[in-house]
Design a protein around this ligand. Structure first.
Ligand SMILES: *Cc1c(COP(=O)(O)O)cnc(C)c1O
Length: 508
């Protein structure tokens, strides 16, 4: 049976949506104002006589336009979001409610310190629990995202080397590193060299040790890494790195897999950022806001950026210049003010409501869920690495060998099944990778639904003669396969009456 075409272009109750400018009926407005009486114009030559070019729509038209647009956003509130290396989990509404309390939401960074004691106490408590959970000496709260936290950590490392008169110029990063790691090192002026992974998907410690030397400033390692695996040799790595006079940076974006179970300070780590928006609540995606506090060892703490909350004689105070502790060698600041305050509120509410036992259970459930997917999907898919995983499961594309179907095709077919595709082709060290992170917030029923769809898609691919059908996916989505590279490299961001319509037609 062929699918009907419709006169409207709508597909069932999925409505096509024209740009707001294309819906324009000049003269229509959402409000009726009385005619303007005569008045003396004081603007002179600066007055605008030309039409503003705003679209004319009635109130219901505006409401429908923005409501439909909001429905085009796929989100964690509408369905399972199995992206790996991203941690898209449910964020309790309680934390949203806390962040919206007027006492938190309406404070201003320029208020006198005496009027924001509660806000400073909240930052201080959040900082306290982050150092407690990581076993580290200090935390810089101001970085605004994970990548920003990495930059903060590397700037502390650079400051420490500068203070010691050392001119070390190279940062070592494993093959499987998140792209932000080498970018951060490069932004700090370091040359980046990669360390290979071993066949188990972990850092090749011998390769790492043999590259250590007087030119190495730092080693950046993600743990658990982006292959979803725990780096077991961190203590040996830390010892070797320190013996060589370098610092050990850990990318802690995946802290949600180990929180409550491991204090990274015990591993010999010098600096690590924590993505509060991945581990401690706060919805993210679409660009934030997030927060990337960076925990620091004794050795790096003195260089931590200002501002920081300190315990003053009359309550809490903000240290704006000198820096942390007695050494006070702050390298400067990461941004204006104290950081993403609303995210701190959510993070503290999350920690307080979960408690020590709850946090430990969350990391345990995240790992359990990932291993459930790994085990069940292994019926048809090929796991990239032997053995259990941490918070995310990685598959390669060996199961598609000879089918003519690619990882991309599988992802597109999953859209027809009603699932957001997992992360694809990352980590780069895995051929045709599918990286899936279920998180602790998905129920077994939700995971089973995903598994059934994934297995169904994999079986269809393996049954043979399916390449053409797969290449046509998605067939049930409002749009078919898009030119994603074109959309990223040559986005059409500005509406111009004729050009935009022509570009859209060309794209369709
Ligand atoms: C998400 C992530 C980052 C970057 O964090 P942002 O908040 O997106 O800047 C860095 N490393 C790893 C491993 C990540 O998963």
């Amino acid at each position: 049976m062929t699918k009907p075409t419709t006169a409207s272009g709508h597909k069932g109750l999925q409505l096509e949506q024209a740009l707001i400018f294309e819906q324009d009926t000049q003269g229509t407005t959402a409000v009726d104002l009385p005619p303007i009486p005569e008045y003396a114009d004081k603007l002179g030559e600066f007055g605008c006589d030309d039409p503003l070019g705003l679209p004319g729509l009635s109130e219901p038209e505006v409401v429908r336009h923005y409501t439909r647009l909001s429905q085009k956003n796929y989100s964690i509130d509408s369905g399972f979001y199995p992206l790996g290396s991203c941690t898209m989990k449910h964020n309790p509404r309680l934390n949203e409610k806390m962040a919206r309390l007027p006492g938190f939401a309406d404070v201003h960074p320029f208020q006198p310190i005496s009027t924001v004691q509660g806000a400073l106490e909240l930052i201080d408590s959040c900082a306290h629990w982050l150092t407690e959970l990581t076993g580290m000496a200090a935390v810089a709260m101001s970085p605004a995202a994970g990548a920003h936290g990495e930059l903060c950590g590397l700037m502390c490392i650079k400051s420490a080397h500068d203070a010691a008169g050392s001119t070390r110029s190279v940062v070592l990063v494993p093959d499987s590193a998140h792209g932000t790691n080498p970018a951060t090192a490069a932004l700090c002026g370091y040359a980046v060299e990669s360390i290979p992974a071993n066949s188990e998907g972990r850092v090749d410690i011998n390769a790492l040790k043999s590259r250590l030397g007087p030119d190495i400033a730092a080693v950046m390692i993600t743990n658990p890494n982006t292959c979803g695996l725990f780096e077991r040799e961190c203590i040996a790595i830390a010892e070797a790195v320190h013996a060589a006079g370098a610092y050990f940076y850990m990318d802690g974006a995946n802290f949600n897999a180990i929180v409550g179970r491991l204090r990274i300070g015990d591993l010999g780590v010098d600096a690590m950022h924590i993505n509060l928006h991945k581990t401690f609540s706060t919805p993210h995606g679409g660009g934030g806001p997030g927060a990337g506090p960076t925990v620091l060892s004794e050795a790096l703490a003195p260089y931590a950026p200002v501002p920081m909350v300190v315990h003053g004689a009359d309550g809490f105070d903000a240290e704006e210049h000198a820096g942390f502790g007695t050494a006070k060698k702050a390298y400067g600041r990461m941004k204006g003010y104290h950081g993403q305050f609303g995210v701190f509120v959510r993070a503290l509410a999350y920690m307080m409501s979960m408690g020590a036992d709850g946090l430990k259970q969350a990391s345990g459930d995240a790992v359990l869920n990932a291993n459930y997917l790994l085990a069940r999907l292994s019926e048809e898919l090929t796991p990239a690495f032997p053995g259990p995983c941490m918070h995310e499961a990685v598959f390669d594309d060996r199961f598609l060998k000879g089918t003519g179907v690619t990882t991309l095709d599988i992802s597109k077919a999953l859209i027809d099944e009603g699932f957001h595709p997992p992360t694809m082709y990352f980590p780069l060290v895995v051929h045709g990778a599918l990286l899936i992170e279920p998180t602790e917030t998905e129920s077994k029923a939700a995971l089973d639904q995903f598994v059934e769809s994934m297995l169904h898609v994999a079986r269809r691919a393996k049954a043979g003669n399916a390449a053409a059908e797969f290449q046509a996916a998605p067939q049930l989505a409002p749009r078919r396969r898009l030119d994603e590279t074109g959309a990223a490299r040559k986005p059409v961001l500005r509406w111009k009456p004729d050009e935009t319509a022509a570009a859209r037609q060309a794209a369709e």
